[in-house]
Design a protein around this ligand. Sequence first.
Ligand code: RIB
Length: 313
Amino acid sequence: MAEPTILVVGSINMDLVVRAPHMPAPGETILGQGFTTAPGGKGANQAVAAARLGATCLFLGRVGDDEFGKALLAGLVENGIHSHGVRVTEGVPTGVAVIIVDQKGENSIVVASGANSYVTPDDVFEHEALFAQADVVVMQLELPIIAVMAARKLAAKHGKPVILDPAPARKNLPADLLNVDIITPNLTEAEILTNQRADEVSERVDKAMATDLLQMGARSAVLKLGHRGSLVVSTNGEIARVRPYKVDIVDTTAAGDAFTAALAMGLARGMELIDATQMANAAGALACTRFGAQAAMPTAQEVRQLMAEQPGM
Ligand code: RIB
């Protein structure tokens, strides 16, 4: 069977990562335990994850004409990603993300978008052929919204399913943008998008948020709930809680990216949404077991193994 083709329209960042005993409070200085630079960016992470899971992966985005840009572009190519849709932007720095990872493996991230913020609707329209080739189109919100909207429009024109990972989330997004096949927020992102507060951890709250996302235009909402697994709610009436996998957490950075890539892979292979979400839970869990973003993206074999080791619990 030919491997599916996934088009990622998204961000490319160099991650500047420090491990810390805890997240600093406002005004607090703390001593970290090391510093690394490593390839990241939600779009690039998802592309690397999709490629490791066996997809033919196409990428559309921008880097700057600096050392980070060169290294990141080379990294995409090394991972087998078709990067002719990546434009090198003169006189502009490549995107960077400053990441703190605490002892529990939780992270906080600040992104300086750099070249990512130069992606235009014209960049997207110039690469219309990539949309024609793709089985599934994946987007996030680290690019200008008008460029993401152009990608959604072209995917619709070519009848290709779209997954929107609405991260980083923001309020009052154009209604048109949320008119996608699948939206994949975590709980914090769902709160921001729906203007609701999850005052309690409960299935009722999860469902209320997911239902709101459907009313905002998505055909399916897949809520990433961390150690609680995922919730799938669709306009066709489907509602399902999808079980989590138990792993030892080292670093949660990019777990959501592994999830979204695996979901895209499942969808592109023609899997039912709930089965694809089960596979996505496994990919997300595996990404938590290793340090870093792209370095932590699992292979198809690792995902199969975890699913076999932890059948229905
Ligand atoms: O999802 C993790 C990613 O978010 C990091 O790699 C960082 O670059 C930011 O985009």
